[in-house]
Design a binder for this molecule. Structure first.
Ligand code: ATP
Ligand code: MG
Length: 558
């Protein structure tokens, strides 16, 4: 676990879902409430799911109800145990606990099957032998009604016989489907005799080879809600058109309880794509280093990158819950991350692109220990020692041979402060045959230990540095947005908008000795550079850091 503060942020936000829940409790419609988070285990969770998790678990917590984690595992062709495991780990990491309330739609396969037979017996479902193409042609369009299938008026006996044989495995994939018999002329396409079951000879992660017919989402979801006595079934707006069907099944089946569906707007963020299908393609095509690549908007990726769970909870709370779709500025997300890290992250020094500095008047072989503050905003975080000697590294970009005006850092003749150390003056830049600066020769003022001159003279720049000998080599992975534009795919091709420079690897970085045992996934601030955490690939023999986020905004303005 990378996030020590796992207690969910108190949710002060009000929204229409919370208003409905509160009213239902006040009126006595419900004595207590039950919500659920229903992921399909066909990929890793992303930051959009975090919104749904925080809403469902958050509401249950605030109103002293219960939130179930229910896997919507009705499509074994795409679902895997790896995803079931990762989803549980991610929900826990976000700070939520389903207790005993872990369920699977597949727990209800037998009951759902019996309810399908119930509909058949009541003349409300039928087996259709049409091909996929025929089904789709009969469905009609938004402007044209659908047409009835030639199989629509089979007898209940014939339907029951065929459905039982479907279950028994007598037919190949796609040969037949079970449909609800509702209304082919309905203005709502979901009510045009929707498919309830399809034949799928496919091994299921939980039920193995027991089934070769599987219920689809619409037939499984509401009934699962009812079996779990869910009171408020909260989902995203794209399910609004499914609601009449959700209710039709509940109306026509002897279900034990009556849940209600409510829809809210899904989370969209600039420079980000939250589509599982697209994220799956990135992983399968090796365009990223797996689901937990720190560039991915997955919870596993964000965790590996060093984003605290509390920052995500906070971000999602600030976005709020609305009824209209919109896109949140990425800066709002960044702000939440920086705000948390600024408070919690210890300060350290790391030099991303080192340039050697030799302090000519510093005694050869001498090393002193300087005291550095761990967090200026949190005195209880204490101090640490950093060795200082005749040779140190500073950042290449902190030196310019011919600086423009207002460049106050190192250049020949200028004096700067080394953080927690001394004032040094640059005397000379040493170059290689190619004319590149390879080393700076400087002098220090021994009277300025701690960074202040006794005569009160001012220097404008304070630079971070590390000791040459005692610092540790490190690889630093700097992440830039995965897309080059805030609205990826707006021109019709998501892949064309992938940022070829989303990952920059700095192989020669140096970090201060205190980072030898940096905790994996827990961000620290490298002074003046941003927030960084040890990557899962890191080990004491080879330190690897991810940049969680820079100190300042670096997005191109759209
Ligand atoms: P798909 O259905 O294509 O697999 P999905 O992202 O909807 O993708 P689910 O596993 O079905 O995946 O999602 C679980 C829950 O998370 C659903 O209730 C869904 O509404 C919610 N959810 C998914 N994406 C978002 C999002 N961007 N913002 C808020 N909630 C989301
Ligand atoms: Mg979905």
């Amino acid at each position: 676990m990378t996030d020590k503060d796992t207690a969910p942020a108190p949710d002060v936000g009000r929204d229409f879902i919370r208003d409905i829940v509160e009213a239902d409790l006040a009126s006595g419609k419900h004595k207590s409430i039950v919500t659920r988070f229903p992921p399909e285990p066909n990929g890793y969770l992303h930051i959009g799911h975090a919104k749904s998790i925080c809403l469902n678990f958050g509401v249950a917590e605030e109103f002293k109800g219960q939130c179930n984690l229910r896997f919507d595992d009705t499509n074994p062709a795409k679902e895997e145990q790896e995803f079931i495991d990762s989803i549980q780990a991610d929900v826990r990491w976000l700070g939520f606990d389903w207790g005993k309330n872990l369920f699977y739609a597949s727990d209800y396969f037998e009951q759902l099957y019996l309810w399908a037979e119930h509909l058949i017996q009541n003349g409300k479902a039928y087996v259709d032998d049409s091909t996929a193409a025929e089904l789709s042609a009969l469905r009609g369009t938004l402007t044209e009604p659908g047409k009835e299938s030639p199989y629509r008026n089979r007898s209940a006996e014939e339907n029951l016989d065929l459905f039982r044989r479907m279950r028994a495995g007598e037919f190949p994939n796609g040969a037949r489907v079970l449909r609800a018999k509702i209304d082919m002329t309905s203005g709502n396409i979901n009510l045009r005799d929707p498919v309830m079951y399809r034949i799928l000879h496919e091994h299921h992660p939980r039920t193995g080879d027991k089934w070769c017919i599987y219920p689809n989402y619409d037939f499984a979801h509401g009934q699962s809600d009812s079996l779990e006595h869910v009171t408020h079934s909260v989902c995203t707006l794209e399910f609004e058109d499914h609601k009449p069907l959700y209710e039709w099944f509940l109306d026509n089946l002897p279900v034990p309880a009556r849940p209600r569906q409510y829809e809210f707007a899904r989370l969209n963020i600039g420079y980000t794509v939250l589509s599982k299908r697209f994220l799956t393609t990135l992983v399968k095509d090796n365009r990223v280093d797996g689901w937990d690549d720190p560039r991915m908007p997955t919870l596993a990726g964000l965790r590996r990158r060093g984003v605290p769970a509390a920052a995500l909870r906070d971000f999602v709370r600030k976005v709020g819950v609305a009824r209209a779709n919109s896109t949140v500025d990425i800066q709002m997300y960044d702000h939440a991350v920086r705000e948390h890290l600024n408070k919690s992250a210890p300060r350290r020094m790391g030099v991303l692109r080192p340039l050697k500095v030799v302090i000519e008047n510093y005694p050869e072989g001498q090393v002193e220990e300087l005291e550095a503050i761990n967090n200026p905003d949190d005195p209880s975080a204490g101090t640490r020692k950093i060795p200082f000697g005749r040779e140190i590294y500073v950042e290449q970009e902190d030196f310019m041979e011919n600086p423009p005006k207002k460049f106050y850092r190192l250049s020949p003749g200028t004096e700067v402060r080394l953080r927690y150390a001394y004032l040094i003056t640059c005397r000379e830049a040493v170059k290689n045959a190619a004319g590149e600066v390879t080393e700076l020769r400087c002098t220090y003022d021994p009277e300025t230990r701690g960074g202040n001159a006794p005569d009160g003279r001012k220097v404008k720049a304070t630079l971070h540095w590390v000791p040459a000998e005692q610092s540790l080599p490190a690889e630093i992975r700097v992440y830039n947005p995965l897309f080059t534009r805030p609205d990826p795919g707006a021109n019709g091709d998501l892949f064309a908008d992938i940022n070829p420079e989303s990952l920059e690897v700095l192989k020669d970085a140096r970090v201060e000795p205190a980072l030898a045992d940096a905790e994996i996934g827990v961000a620290v601030q490298f002074e003046r550079q941003g927030y960084f955490c040890a990557d899962t690939d890191s080990n004491p023999g080879k330190l690897i850091f991810n940049r969680t986020i820079g100190l300042r905004d670096s997005y191109a303005k759209a």
